[in-house]
Design a protein around this ligand. Structure first.
Ligand code: ADP
Ligand code: MG
Length: 269
């Protein structure tokens, strides 16, 4: 028979930890105090305990996902993106639509095309941050690093670990396709990667090259066609137009600008 007097504070906290309720355990004495003071119902008390555990777990997972995403150090949020700086290619309402993130659940892709400095990486990272905030697993890699991961995956433990994470992410962001030349063998590995992730993960690609130029970039029209078939099957493409933001606002890039913490305060669930 349950006898509450047998339970000391230490024993309660210890048993909660033993049962894996590690998020609520440090707060349980406060919750008990509130419950006794406010005379809340058993049901409300249980809800408080469970909610505290769930919120704690989600927060922990969100922080882990943020660290695992490998966003670039100067990651900026979508709120910091001003679409009126562009001459065209994506509107505020289209950004709002992408912010709903339903395309991630549908395993759709987003292609951001355009010249340097128009905000392709900013938009991709902003969407990635929002995805993490909403509980998705995200991996960000630029194309050069991704190729390095493919090249070294079978030999180096750390990189094959990264490849595994990439393959199981809900959203994979591949930045800067088109800046560095790709060998035939690397193109084949990239194609394999695209085939493996096709309809398994959502992806964002940023590129300075129109898709019509990808055959030349990957050095093989047949592989490129097969790759683009998969990438574009369920995709939204945005060709950003405008002048480089960096050149328009050189004062913001003098090196003295302080970055604020971009990790959002709280996940949805
Ligand atoms: P791209 O990837 O197209 O070369 P980036 O995303 O790296 O361009 O943008 C270059 C810099 O300019 C970044 O610091 C980015 O935050 C900023 N930037 C670009 N476009 C905008 C915009 N429309 N609003 C706010 N900042 C922008
Ligand atoms: Mg970029």
């Amino acid at each position: 028979m349950y006898t509450s007097s047998l339970y000391s504070n230490e024993k309660i906290i210890g048993q909660m930890n033993n049962f894996g309720l590690k998020q609520v355990a440090p707060h349980i004495l406060d919750i008990l105090e509130i419950a006794e003071r406010e005379q809340i119902t058993y049901k409300s008390f249980l809800s408080m305990v469970l909610d505290t555990e769930v919120i704690g777990r989600n927060e922990k997972r969100r922080r882990r996902n943020f660290a695992g995403a490998h966003f670039p150090p100067a990651a900026k949020s979508l709120e910091e993106f001003d679409p009126s700086e562009l001459k065209g290619g994506i509107s505020k309402s289209q950004i709002n639509m992408l912010s709903e993130l339903d395309w991630i659940d549908k395993k759709c892709n987003v292609l951001l095309l355009g010249p340097p400095g128009v905000g392709k990486t900013h938009l991709a990272v902003g969407l990635g941050l929002l995805a993490v905030q909403n509980g998705y697993t995200v991996c960000f890699e630029n194309m050069t690093n991704l190729i390095k991961i493919f090249d070294e995956a079978p030999y180096k433990q750390k990189q094959s670990f990264r490849l595994k994470n990439l393959l199981k992410a809900s959203l994979i962001i591949i930045d800067e396709i088109g800046y560095v030349p790709v060998t035939r063998e690397q193109a084949n590995k990239f194609f394999t990667f695209i085939s493996e992730t096709y309809e398994q993960s959502a992806m964002i690609f940023t590129t300075n090259k129109d898709v019509t130029e990808w055959a030349e970039l990957f050095g093989d029209p047949v592989i490129t066609q097969a790759m683009l078939d998969r990438i574009l099957h369920h995709a939204k493409c945005f060709s950003l137009e405008g002048d480089s933001y960096r050149l328009k606002h050189p004062d913001l890039f003098s090196g003295t600008e302080q970055r604020k913490n971009v990790l959002p305060d709280r996940g949805k669930n």
